[in-house]
Ligand binder design. Sequence first.
Ligand SMILES: [Zn+2]
Length: 305
Amino acid sequence: MSPALPETLRVLERGWLSANNILFLEGERATLIDSGYVTHAAQTVELVRHALAGRQLTRLINTHSHSDHIGGNAALKAAFACDILVPAGLHATIADWDENALLLSPLGQQGARFQHDGVIKAGDELELGGLNWLALAVPGHDMEALAYYNPEQRLLISGDALWENGFGVIFPELLGEGDGISSTRATLEMLGRLAIDTVIPGHGRPFGEVDVALDRAFRRLEMFEQQLDKLAWHGIKVIVSFAMLERRSIAQKDFAAFILGLPFAADVNQRILGLAEDRLVERIERELLLVGALQLEDGNLIANT
Ligand SMILES: [Zn+2]
């Protein structure tokens, strides 16, 4: 059973292509955290409109700038004229719409450009749904990501820094851009020192038993610390699965070109795994079929949603 949440807070739980949307009711007004993936933007607007029940959406806040968290920003702003607030460390990346730094081009993902109206820094306090929240730096999965913590109700909105089962791919480590693994450790240790009863994650249902989730996260992190190739495989499989969820189906004979056309997969293979291209493609296909992320039907690979 999911833990009880304050009356002023609604979680619109989504699938993997779109991050969850968290709505705070504030009298006649409301604030939303995260907006899903761009191909779901119209659905997100309708879900939010329904949950608003006539209230005015005045603010949209992002935990970080990955495509599945900001993809509905432009559509929500167009629909509700809300102000958009992003983590301060992402100001230039978003203002310049740097598709490389936003990981859109490396991961073969799409976005819809938007303008933000302000930034939130780690240490800022903000009122959401009548509760006071503290913005926390949670680097690792994304070096500029923020989580939001309410000490009174012992609630954490974690984005992709902590899930019930793990955390988001540690991209900075795989891209050779920063010390993602040790940042992830510092982030998990920081979260472990907070009193938290309930986590509202970027993906999956809200959960209690936070110690259990943290234990699982630390074990996973230790595995990556010891064997970087495990992180590389995990990252590649997540990204290929995401790309296939968007594409849904591809002829098996075209799968190799599809994988090798994702700069992230080729780049991580070259930097960490060092496999011949055909071996890389063969192993990705085999493992995604094995775990049921893909299935083979009449010569086509189909994503399981
Ligand atoms: Zn993310």
